[in-house]
Design a protein around this ligand. Sequence first.
Ligand code: PLZ
Length: 450
Amino acid sequence: MTAVPEGGPGLPQRRTLVTEIPGPASRELSARRAGAVARGVSTVLPVFVTAAGGGVLVDVDGNSLIDFGSGIAVTGVGNAAPRVSSRVAAQAAQFTHTCFMVAPYEGYVEVCESLARLTPGTHEKRSALFNSGAEAVENAVKIARHATGRSAVVAFDHAYHGRTNLTMALTAKNMPYKQGFGPFAAEIYRVPMAYPLRWPDGPDACRAEALGVVKSLIHSQVGESNVAAIIIEPIQGEGGFIVPPKGFLPGLAKFCADNGIVFIADEIQSGFCRTGDWFACSHEGVVPDLITTGKAIADGLPLAGVTGRAALMDAVHPGGLGGTYGGNPVACAAALGAIETMVAEDLAGRARRIGEIMLPRLRKLAEQFPVIADVRGRGAMIAVELTHPGTLEPDAAATAAVAAACHKAGLVVLTCGTFGNVLRFLPPMVIGEDLLEEGLGILEDAFGTL
Ligand code: PLZ
């Protein structure tokens, strides 16, 4: 047995397979896991990790895999990024917890100051910190309801906002997120997403019609004056990396402003440089009233936030927001290290470069393999949607087969989409170009196995 390497960017940045995937040591741990871990918690690729950094994950069998998943858009700055690890270690040695509601500390304030600076808009802002994306979304809705005195919340088809009761209600897809877990929270209304590939009359009609359909449904079925908030992922994540046509998000933001509705951008997956800008909203100059953040904010330590207009955020009475762990000092230290890394290494620029490398190669692949119906995304948030050639009928089987072939060859890829037919690519923004190219080569070979 070789010594377990230390994680971080110093790990050899190459793919090395020394066993089949998963190897014997991982299989043994999987067997142990089956006797201890609830089966409802599932896993994409059952290799047990011992170290990770840059663009690789190292497993218990000594395999080094290329990471195109970043733990679902979390480790954008690279796993165990030095500025994160050192700040976390230093903070853990000082104190691990006080509860910000009992006795505060500077790190929490500094994270909120960073959020005010980095999120879209130059208006006066306030933030509150939480433990998970779902909790941030719940609180954004609480704040919007409190500030407006209204109860209805409008969410989109293909949306994903979490697994708690309110966020399950906001999430569109039944299996596996909602099946058997109802009843769900009330006063949630769903409208169609501007999904160019699947808009009934095609992408051009989507651009022309989607906003009108959304407005008219809200008018006829809910009533603008009853709507507290409209919540949208500027690029939908779990639902299939759906990028709405230009103009849709600004139009929605304007509709909200005109009707006293709080516009909530859920940037938990798309935020923090992932799409080639600090936030996906910024590609169209959209300034949300509230923005939810999580995932990449703290390189994997549990932290999430709600940031928004001071008047909205401060509408809530003292004591109305909180939680034992929200904005934990170690998680805040990680966030400050992650943000410092994003600035120092221009990770938004790196994300744009990743997109420039990936999109043309994937478009070429789509010409070669007609099972690829769409190539889309921005920066380092890229996907391909698979259908039976010449139709819009989702091909989840081919998607699963390509993902399995990638996994076998040592490339971690994730799937998503309401119909399970989207392969998504979320490499760490710090991934080396050689490794990125090698990963794309593996993906191309995987399509060849269909
Ligand atoms: N909003 C836009 O992408 C989390 C879900 C993984 P939590 N997405 C990954 C799974 O299957 O549970 C997500 C998101 C958007 C909210 C969330 C919820 O964030 O930190 O998982 O609660």
